[in-house]
Design a protein around this ligand. Structure first.
Ligand code: NAP
Length: 241
């Protein structure tokens, strides 16, 4: 009995540490150059589409899938839940709850970066905290100054004004506030990823009175969902040997 753990998040890694020694294979998409190790055997890279995923499940004798991908992973959860339904395999999504606004927050939600561009005042200076993958989708924002934070250094920014900020988010709101002030940021664009990592910039925005534009999460598919690591662990233990 082998359970497939779809990962790429801190929760997936934390869950894997509870599953050492059980029949569990973790899977990562291969977007992070040096992913921190998981507590179970791990494969890296895409499955090669829906048919590749079906073949993987059959070839590895997978008996259940725990999907702990990121809340903004748009394709994998939809595919995994649909194919598990088709193959009558138990499926559970471990989903990180979204951040909720507090008093003093100036948050607006939009579906796309183009929608964000439409509500920005002219000559804004944007802190783009939507991840490195956004670097190729900034065209709608090029009238503004863009500072994009990314983990890996991939060279200079391809937009006319601003640049890249290479590094991980700090957990300290004061460090984040200093970064925002240093770059003269007027607006933050971010994902509502939830969890502790990345929240400090929203604390800093509240303190500095900066507006935040949050991209909407992809819709959740009709499939079982939990936010509890304990529930996810019990699910895996019921289906792995
Ligand atoms: P996605 O839109 O759901 O998936 C894109 C493609 O990546 C899939 O079609 C699949 O390729 C492959 N893939 C995704 N998750 C995989 C996994 N766990 N194992 C093997 N292949 C996987 O996801 P995404 O937004 O590109 O994110 C990719 C990975 O980064 C996910 O594992 C996610 O948890 C993690 N991540 C995403 C974000 C984010 O903001 N989107 C942030 C942090 C971490 P094939 O079609 O070839 O099978």
């Amino acid at each position: 009995m082998t359970v497939l753990l779809l990962g790429g998040t801190g929760e997936a890694r934390a869950l894997s540490q509870r599953l050492t020694g059980l029949g569990v294979i973790a899977s990562l998409a291969g977007v992070t150059r040096k992913p921190k190790p998981y507590g179970v055997p791990t494969r890296i890279g895409g499955f090669g589409g829906a048919n590749g995923f079906r073949s993987f499940l059959k070839d590895e004798g997978v008996t259940a899938v725990i999907d702990a991908t990121h809340p903004y992973a748009a394709q994998m959860p939809q595919r995994a839940s649909a194919i598990c339904g088709e193959m009558a395999l138990p499926y559970l999504r471990l989903l990180r709850p979204a951040w909720q606004p507090q008093s003093g927050d100036q948050w607006q939600e939009v579906a796309t970066l183009a929608e964000a561009a439409a509500i920005l005042p002219t000559n804004s200076t944007i802190f783009l905290a939507t991840g490195g993958q956004s670097a190729d989708h900034t065209k709608a924002l090029h009238a503004h100054t863009i500072w994009l934070r990314r983990v890996d250094d991939t060279g200079p920014a391809p937009w006319p004004k601003g640049g890249m900020i290479v590094g991980l988010p700090s957990n300290d709101p004061q460090v984040e506030a200093a970064l925002l002030q240093r770059h003269g940021i007027t607006h933050i664009i971010a994902k509502n990823s939830g969890g502790p990592m990345g929240y400090a910039k929203l604390d800093a925005a509240r303190t500095l009175g900066l507006p935040v534009i949050l991209l909407s999460r992809p819709p959740i598919q009709h499939a079982p969902v939990t936010t509890s690591l304990d529930t996810a662990e019990s699910f895996v233990k019921a289906h792995a040997s």
